[in-house]
Design a protein around this ligand. Structure first.
Ligand SMILES: NC(=O)c1ccc[n+]([C@@H]2O[C@H](COP(=O)([O-])OP(=O)(O)OC[C@H]3O[C@@H](n4cnc5c(N)ncnc54)[C@H](OP(=O)(O)O)[C@@H]3O)[C@@H](O)[C@H]2O)c1
Length: 374
């Protein structure tokens, strides 16, 4: 019953609004959806691979970032709403869920664990370690004993006996990367973790880690406001066969048009008020980028968020964005972005127009900026 509903939702989505490429769905869409051969097309539609060899994961082309349901996005919706959203994400075809001990801390893992419990074996669950007491403001801690303890505690909160993917949340300059990778390798041998990931690691540290334990995915900030990874870590991921997972792919809601210079945040539970790009002048200075995406989308039946996400996915086949949301409408909108295929000419044109816009405002300051430099 559930499988049928998932296939129906995916098929409806694929057939909707002409978003899917004609090479996949040519001819009479409704007829094609009825035949059996097409079912496998539907099942494989929108899937991507992260990593290579024995440490490869097949995931939906768009994942779900769960952080904002508990942490750093001003409000916290009713728990039942978030549990329903996570389960609905699975129903529409998302199988890749992202959390971390730091989100709360701990609260988000507890929520995600409850939401995914009935479907645990069918999903790819990723979490992260790497801070003192799971708290970024207390500093970095990737000592082997801390990693082992953090993973054991994550497993309990997530109500599971394995993590599909565990990321080091930030590189700890006091612990050699080889030691971190070696510790995760032992956790993989023990069956507690299946795959290893890094977040905001430098090219050097990616290479060091990969030499000890193949890295499945690098998760770093990448959006139309933060394009540095194109010149630094993405080429290394391509060379080594590592997947790339852009976090904050909508720049924490900015690249949607949904928030603007009048938006108010709850500073007790939001990192945006402290970041330069969310200040009034920077928002206004960067607004031409939103307008460009809007103009592009208006002609094609796409929203600003959909163009932004589709553009990221179009850069490399091993890129899997994980937008966060607390709303079913946004969830479906974001997921549908994976069905849009650019014509190469329009993609080039859009990219060259985007390249002309200079983004104002640093992406991080203070301790946060310090922690992404390793
Ligand atoms: N590795 C790391 O260090 C790191 C750091 C930050 C985040 N992450 C991960 O990345 C995930 C996503 O990052 P993020 O939450 O920072 O940024 P994001 O995905 O770029 O943006 C999320 C924000 O955008 C809004 N939004 C989402 N879809 C929308 C749509 N279609 N239209 C309008 N607004 C929309 C959401 O509000 P609504 O709830 O109202 O939709 C939310 O406030 C997190 O959940 C987390 O798992 C990782």
């Amino acid at each position: 019953m559930n499988t049928n509903r998932r296939e129906f939702l995916k098929a409806s989505s694929l057939a909707g609004l002409g978003l899917i490429s004609s090479t996949v769905f040519a001819g009479n869409k409704e007829e094609k959806l009825d035949n059996k051969a097409n079912t496998s097309l539907v099942q494989n539609a929108g899937k991507r691979l992260l990593g290579s060899g024995k440490h490869q994961l097949q995931v939906s082309a768009i994942g779900l970032g769960c952080m904002g349901m508990s942490y750093h996005r001003s409000f916290v919706p009713d728990r039942k709403v978030s549990i329903n959203l996570i389960r609905e994400a699975y129903e529409i075809g998302i199988n890749f869920f992202d959390t971390a001990e730091a989100y709360g801390p701990y609260l988000n893992e507890d929520l995600v664990g409850e939401a995914l419990a009935p479907i645990r074996k069918n999903v790819v669950l990723a979490s992260k370690f790497g801070f003192v007491d799971g708290t970024p403001s207390k500093g970095l801690d990737s000592r082997p004993e801390t990693i082992r303890k953090a993973v054991d505690e994550s497993l309990k909160r997530l109500k599971t006996d394995y993590l599909d993917l565990v990321y080091q949340h930030r590189v700890d300059p006091n612990v050699p990367m080889e030691e971190v990778a070696g510790t995760v390798k032992e956790l993989i041998q023990a069956g507690k973790v299946l795959n290893f990931g890094l977040s905001e690691a430098s090219v050097d540290n990616i290479r060091k880690a990969h030499a000890i334990q193949p890295v499945t995915a690098l998760q770093s900030e990448y959006s139309l406001f933060t394009r540095d990874p194109e010149k630094t870590v993405i080429p290394v991921c391509e060379e080594l066969g590592i997947g790339f997972v852009p976090y904050s792919p909508l720049s924490r809601g900015l690249i949607t048009g949904y928030i603007n210079e009048r938006t108010k945040y709850n500073a007790q539970n939001d990192n945006r008020p402290a970041l330069p790009r969310y200040q009034r002048d920077a928002i206004l200075a960067n607004w031409p980028l939103i307008e460009l995406l809007k103009d592009f989308g208006d002609q094609r039946g796409l929203t600003v968020a959909q163009v932004a996400l589709a553009w990221l996915s179009a850069q490399k086949p091993f890129i899997v964005p994980i937008p966060g949301t607390t709303k079913l409408a946004h969830l479906r909108e974001n997921f549908d972005s994976s069905l849009y295929e650019f014509d190469p000419k329009e993609l080039n044109e859009l990219t060259s127009n985007l390249d002309k816009i200079k983004i104002v405002g640093e992406r991080a300051v203070g301790q946060q900026a310090q922690q992404i430099k390793n």
